[in-house]
Design a protein around this ligand. Structure first.
Ligand SMILES: Cc1cc2nc3c(=O)[nH]c(=O)nc-3n(C[C@H](O)[C@H](O)[C@H](O)COP(=O)(O)O)c2cc1C
Length: 208
């Protein structure tokens, strides 16, 4: 199977958040609107993601729509680390709305959703949810997955449904925190432009 065909499927970029004892959340690209009347959406969450574990207990979550102005630190914190290990909301500005932690700053807006069905697939759960509350915050441009890959040179971790083992060239260095790829001879004082990690976090690509 040529998995490159999957690269031609378009997505947006979203932050899913929820709360049980602690605030949790993760980055996803797999959100789809299913219906317009009584609006429903679906999201695909890896069975090993802590956010998924908590959503299955609370049946409630929020989705913030990431814009081109969203701080890239939010993508690296929420997309490459687990809420099981750290408090992802520490040092991040958020509000408690309907008992959910929601980031509004530089986001296009948010949806608050109630789970109505979960379809268990091999590695992921397809979560179908009714949208109960919406807020469009401003007129920022939503970030597409293509913008994330092309402009921010971002990658997806293995738990993302769209993960593809990358076809990296020999002279490429990959940030072990966020997957940013640097091409060529890497300077010693290089700092990752996506997540701010230092040169030590860049590993030569496996093919190099
Ligand atoms: C660009 C991008 C897209 C992602 N898309 C998804 C997705 O659609 N579904 C998913 O389960 N994980 C996705 N992930 C991975 C999760 O955000 C990641 O595994 C996160 O660390 C899970 O955190 P948690 O354990 O706190 O839930 C994506 C990550 C990135 C950076």
């Amino acid at each position: 199977m040529d998995k490159n065909i999957f690269k031609d499927i378009s997505y947006g970029m979203y932050l899913v958040t929820t709360k049980e004892a602690k605030n949790v959340g993760c980055i996803i690209n797999t959100l789809t609107q299913i219906t317009s009347d009584n609006p429903c959406i679906s999201i695909s969450l890896n069975k090993n993601n802590y956010t998924n574990e908590i959503i299955k207990k609370t049946n409630k979550f929020a989705v913030s729509i990431i814009s081109q102005n969203t701080d890239t630190n939010i993508i690296s914190t929420f997309g490459f680390k687990s809420s099981k290990d750290i408090d992802k909301f520490e040092n991040i500005e958020y509000k408690e709305i309907e008992n959910l932690p929601i980031i509004e700053k530089n986001m296009c807006g948010y949806l608050i959703c109630k789970v109505i069905n979960i379809i268990s697939l091999d590695t992921h759960d397809l979560i179908i949810a009714k949208v109960e509350t919406t807020k469009k915050s401003n007129d920022l441009i939503p970030m597409t997955y293509e913008f994330y890959q092309t402009n921010l040179k971002g990658k997806s971790p293995k738990k993302a449904p769209t993960y593809i083992e990358s076809d990296i060239d020999e002279d490429e260095w990959v940030c072990d925190t966020c997957g940013y790829v640097y091409k060529g001879k890497i300077p010693n004082d290089f700092v990752c432009p996506l997540c701010g990690m230092s040169r030590e976090h860049f590993k030569k690509s496996k093919k190099g």
